[in-house]
Write a protein that binds this ligand. Structure first.
Ligand code: 5GP
Length: 346
């Protein structure tokens, strides 16, 4: 047994120090980024926020809303759309901002092969497993990279530099970083495994950038300020689940209770998801996700405006005219309190 003594940090442990700036207004801030992916060689231009591949968030309707929003935000589709629905969706334009998601299960691989055989090629692929540390996963990623040399691949999840390096060398363009930080994740309770998200980003970004790769911080953002902290810490993309849940684009039933409206939101390895998509929880595995009811929040446009407004404001406070400059201009300060809660959070 070994103990690492240096303290690892989460979003709640830091604030971003304001800095002298010549900027007059948050309107002057450009939130888009441009990247050339290491392996696919393709270019990304847009606001690097990705809706998580979860029911209620990574949906066709969310993708359509992001495409019509025009800011280049992207959506990782959840894994459970049937083949014909994916084919129909990919017939429409604009799917460069969409990540086709697969796990390591046979069904996903077979569906992807059938999709490719029917003449469709996704521009971007998200290979998503709960534990990105197995040799089996690295071999799987290599196999997919050999099969699809020109597609941009995001894969994870991991939280440490050595595994980021291994996956980049295996052919991944963007490493998904985060274990146990998600809003409906119970991994830390169930297994004791995890890594504070801010430190995971700092360490993994350093490892990835050294090899010309990129990272996507996945999980743990609860407010726009957390998203700003992910970019300040060096993340290239950020993936959001809970913050984008509860909208018209959820493709979920809106339920009324006592005059208030709600939408169900659940982890993708919760018993709710496993019952819905797999017919039940397999005996050998426990559910590592929870099910919650979130208040119905109408159209995603209002929430996006709030998030992007917050992010622009962060950039103004530190004098970053472009999102690219945010991490260079970020000094985190360690704090013991984030906000004044005397009247609650709102
Ligand atoms: P959020 O933005 O809601 O905090 O986190 C979203 C992320 O939580 C997802 O992108 C995914 O990585 C993770 N996640 C989603 N469902 C589950 C689950 O059932 N169990 C665990 N451990 N993580 C989940």
């Amino acid at each position: 047994m070994r103990i690492e003594e240096d303290k690892k940090l989460d979003f709640k442990d830091v604030l971003i120090r304001p800095k002298r700036s010549t900027m007059a207004s948050r309107k002057d801030v450009d939130l888009s980024r441009e990247y050339v992916f290491k392996w696919s060689g393709k270019t990304f231009k847009g606001i690097p926020i990705i809706a998580a591949n979860m029911d209620g968030v990574g949906t066709f309707d969310m993708a359509k809303a992001f495409i019509s929003d025009g800011n280049g935000l992207s959506v990782a589709l959840h894994k459970h759309y049937p083949l014909n629905a994916l084919q129909d969706f990919y017939k429409t334009n604009g799917t460069q901002t969409v990540w086709y998601s697969i796990g390591m299960v046979k069904d996903d691989e077979e569906k992807l092969k059938a999709f490719l055989d029917s003449g469709y090629t996704p521009d971007k692929l998200c290979i998503d497993v709960a534990n990105g540390y197995s040799e089996h996963f690295v071999a799987y990623v290599k196999k997919i990279r050999e099969m699809l040399p020109d597609i941009t691949i995001m894969a994870g999840n991991v939280v440490t530099g050595e595994m980021v390096e291994e996956l980049i060398l295996a052919g991944v363009d963007v490493i998904k970083v985060g274990i146990g930080s998600g809003s409906v994740c119970t991994t830390r309770d169930m297994t004791g495994i995890g890594y504070p998200q801010l430190s995971a980003i700092i360490e993994c970004a350093d490892a990835a950038h050294g090899l010309g790769g990129l990272i996507c911080s996945d999980g743990g953002c609860t407010v726009a300020g957390d998203i700003a902290k992910t970019f300040g810490a060096g993340s290239d993309f950020v993936m959001l689940g809970g913050m984008l849940s509860g909208h018209n684009q959820a493709e979920q039933e809106i339920v009324e209770d006592g005059g208030d409206k709600f939408v169900q939101f659940y982890g993708m390895s919760s018993s709710t998801a496993m019952k819905k998509h797999k017919g039940g929880v397999a005996e050998y595995r426990a559910s590592e996700g929870k099910t919650v009811r979130v208040p119905y929040r109408g159209d995603i446009a209002g929430t996006l405006q709030d998030i992007l407004g917050g992010l622009r404001s962060t950039c103004t406070y530190v004098g970053a005219r472009h999102l690219k400059e945010l991490s260079k201009r970020t000094t985190f300060i360690r704090v013991s309190q984030q906000i004044n809660t005397v009247f609650g959070r709102d």
